[in-house]
Design a protein around this ligand. Structure first.
Ligand SMILES: [Zn+2]
Length: 89
């Protein structure tokens, strides 16, 4: 786990929010919820799927290649489009 803002691993557990683990960064003091482990897919898998989408593959093709369900891929694409922070390089 890393802070999404500053990349620090100095994290402090800060209770739960809507059933998800909430963290506070000791470096920049920002708070965030662990969104990656709840679905069972790693951050790498998510980035690979989003990269495939950017290269023009459909969610069905990505599902066949990675084994990640289409619904999850569409949710990732949607959250990426709605997010102001782009995690892809
Ligand atoms: Zn931080």
């Amino acid at each position: 786990m890393k802070c999404p803002k500053c990349g620090s691993q100095q994290l402090q557990k800060n209770g739960h929010r809507r059933g998800k683990q909430n963290y506070r960064c000791k470096e920049c003091r920002c708070q965030f919820v662990n969104a990656y482990t709840s679905r069972g897919y790693s951050k790498d898998v998510k980035q690979i799927c989003l990269r495939m989408h950017q290269l023009g593959l459909t969610s069905r093709e990505i599902e066949q290649l990675t084994g990640v369900s289409r619904t999850t891929i569409r949710n990732w694409i949607r959250s990426m489009q709605h997010s102001s922070i782009n995690h892809l390089p």
